[in-house]
Design a protein around this ligand. Structure first.
Ligand code: SAM
Length: 173
């Protein structure tokens, strides 16, 4: 979260930018974004329990202007569009690890991101499951790679690796 927020600061994403948190879980990222001054925030999750939790967490923080919707990102029928920034922390991982139809899920996900973003909008993805190279291959068409965010590295067998990949892409029509 901190690294993505730092990137948003550096890139001077405006406070009124439309920001979507995909698979918001407990809404913790929305809370941080709101505390950072972002005012046009939407979180979605297909789990009713997550949505209820995220709403409670936001309410406890007095952040009542944040929208949280129960929605399947892979089947949102054009309801999500014109976002300036889409953020994913762990949701593409969850979708692509789902034993039911993971292949189709990955395809639908890429299309859903394309549909949700404005032209030149940003997509920030943090993944524990896919490497930088795999993500670059997955989000090649319709996206421009912007940068990789620094993540902790480790060494094993003389090689250096990273357990997390955090990448920024830009949507190009
Ligand atoms: C690994 S958790 C990450 C939660 C949160 N982003 C975080 O960083 O703590 C993945 C989340 O994505 C949600 N999710 C998985 N598939 C989804 C889908 N197709 N549409 C919407 N939400 C989905 C799950 O319910 C879960 O809350």
């Amino acid at each position: 979260m901190t690294r993505v927020l730092r990137w948003m600061d550096k890139t001077t994403i405006p406070e009124n930018a439309a920001i979507l948190d995909i698979g918001t879980g407990n809404g913790a990222f929305l809370v941080e974004l709101a505390k950072h001054g972002y005012k046009n925030l939407t979180g979605i999750d297909y789990s009713p329990a997550s949505v209820a939790l995220a709403r409670n967490v936001l309410q406890a923080e007095d952040l009542t202007d944040v929208t949280v919707k129960e929605m399947d990102f892979l089947n949102c029928q054009g309801e999500l569009k014109d976002f300036d920034v889409c953020i994913d922390k762990g949701t593409f991982d969850a979708i692509s690890l789902n034993p039911e139809n993971a292949k189709e899920g990955k395809k639908l996900y890429v299309q859903a991101i394309k549909d949700a973003l404005k032209d030149r909008g940003f997509f920030a993805i943090t993944s524990c499951n896919w490497t930088k190279e795999q993500l670059l291959a997955r989000f090649s068409e319709g996206f421009e790679f912007v940068q990789e965010l620094p993540t902790p590295s480790f060494q094993f067998g003389g090689k250096t690796g990273s357990s997390v990949a955090a990448l920024i892409f830009k949507r190009i029509l």
